[in-house]
Design a protein around this ligand. Structure first.
Ligand SMILES: [Zn+2]
Length: 417
């Protein structure tokens, strides 16, 4: 049965801000989100969508029209329930599988403006278990403060809920195994709290595996093998973004469930220490795993001056080689972070000397982002760039979000038995 939905068009982000402000001040008791009224700035469209005859929608139409007065254009468009519409076509799902921003109201709003349905965010680099719990607490506070923009993500179905309600689902991950300390029992506890990705190493050797900055890669350790089994059991995804080659291949081969490289690019395109050689990408993808492409300038060909065309061509070539269904986006966006944070990311508490990581003494801070990707509002550039390479609509949709969504559905749920 065809379901008729409503597309409500707004003309500027200011109108959206106006909606929010009115809701917060209580002039209108119903926040816009509750009736699916959420502006996707820059697209002149509103995602909704409710069946035409639903009481919620009738309320939405009335309230939205009243709130934005003559500036809002309400029209009916045919579309399936739950789809997000753009003017003239369906909007693809967008999932960014790695960000570590200096979170704020501004960035959450930009996520909505960029139509980001879900993001996997790092909540631990060097934190202990207790320190990580404080970061979960901080996120709970943000979910409480900004319920119209973000929600906690635990399962793939939460991405669908976020899409239908005009929000971004936030999934949690660690770039280091430090939150589990040396206690394998904490893996299940951390998954219960909402962790969904954990790197086995962050550049250095860990109790579990070898990081990509070590001179010798001895592969997965004895404890690492036990931890992989436990992560498989509870549904915590193994992320090898900062790991060395042999360790990554061994993790991919020994894990019973697919693993991920959430944020890196092919070494062949840009030979950075953090980027991945073909045999590593092959081991991960052949076992059903995912590679998320990073726009962090140290991972890009030409760094900050990398062009969108070069980035998207690289993705298209990687799709030819390894299959588009194994590819997604993991921008590694570190928006608004001070340079002291990148120093802490590199040094933590393991060294008294400065380690410049991918930077250098003369360029120690965060690098300048490429012109075509400065923040969450720029995902449209990537989508357009991918289309321009000649990739099929299905492949572009997969890379922009559908593949991560499928991966979430298959890998976050605990193994039966
Ligand atoms: Zn990283």
């Amino acid at each position: 049965m065809m379901t008729t939905c409503v597309l409500i068009k707004h003309s500027s982000p200011e109108q959206h801000d106006g909606l929010k402000t009115r809701s917060k001040t209580g002039n209108d008791a119903r926040p816009a989100r509750k009736h699916g009224c959420h502006l996707v700035a820059g697209r002149n469209c509103l995602r909704l969508i409710e069946p035409m005859n639903s009481p919620t929608l009738k309320s939405a139409r009335g309230t939205c029209a009243r709130q934005t007065e003559a500036q809002t254009d309400v029209e009916t468009v045919p579309e399936n329930y739950g789809r997000c519409m753009g003017v003239g076509g369906a909007i693809m799902m967008r999932i960014d599988n790695l960000q570590y921003a200096n979170w704020s109201d501004k960035i959450f709003r930009q996520m909505r403006e960029g139509d980001v349905d879900a993001a996997h965010v790092t909540i631990a680099y060097h934190e202990t278990f207790r320190e990580t719990v404080l970061n979960f607490e901080q996120w709970n506070r943000w979910f409480e403060l900004y319920p119209d923009m973000i929600m906690k993500g635990q399962w793939a179905s939460d991405v669908d809920v976020a899409r239908k309600t005009g929000r971004t689902a936030i999934f949690f991950g660690f770039q280091n195994p430090s939150p589990m300390e040396d206690d394998i029992g904490l893996i299940e506890i951390l998954h219960s709290l909402g962790a969904r990705f954990m790197q086995l190493t962050y550049n250095n050797q860990s109790l579990l595996a070898t990081g990509c900055y070590e001179a010798e890669d001895t592969g997965i350790t004895r404890m690492g093998k036990q931890v992989i089994k436990e992560m498989n059991r509870v549904g915590l995804v193994i992320d090898m973004s900062h790991s060395a080659d042999r360790s990554t291949i061994e993790a991919a081969d020994s894990s019973e469930r697919p693993i991920a490289i959430t944020h890196a690019n092919p070494y062949e395109w840009s030979p950075a220490l953090r980027n991945k050689k073909d045999d590593v990408i092959r081991a991960v993808t052949e076992n059903g795993g995912m590679l998320g492409f990073s726009v962090y300038p140290h991972h890009l060909k030409g760094k900050s001056d990398c062009t969108l065309a070069s980035f998207c061509e690289m993705i298209a070539r990687t799709a030819e080689k390894f299959g588009a269904q194994h590819l997604g986006i993991g921008t590694d966006l570190c928006q608004d972070q001070p340079d002291s944070v990148v120093e802490w990311m590199r040094v933590g508490r393991w060294s008294k000397d400065i380690d410049y990581g991918e930077g250098s003494a003369s360029a120690a801070g965060f690098p300048r982002m490429p012109e075509w990707f400065k923040d969450n509002r720029d995902f449209g550039n990537v989508e357009r760039g991918l289309r321009a390479t000649g990739l099929s609509d299905a492949d572009v949709a997969g890379i922009m979000g559908d593949n991560w969504h499928r991966f979430y559905a298959e890998n976050f749920i605990p193994n039966a038995g």
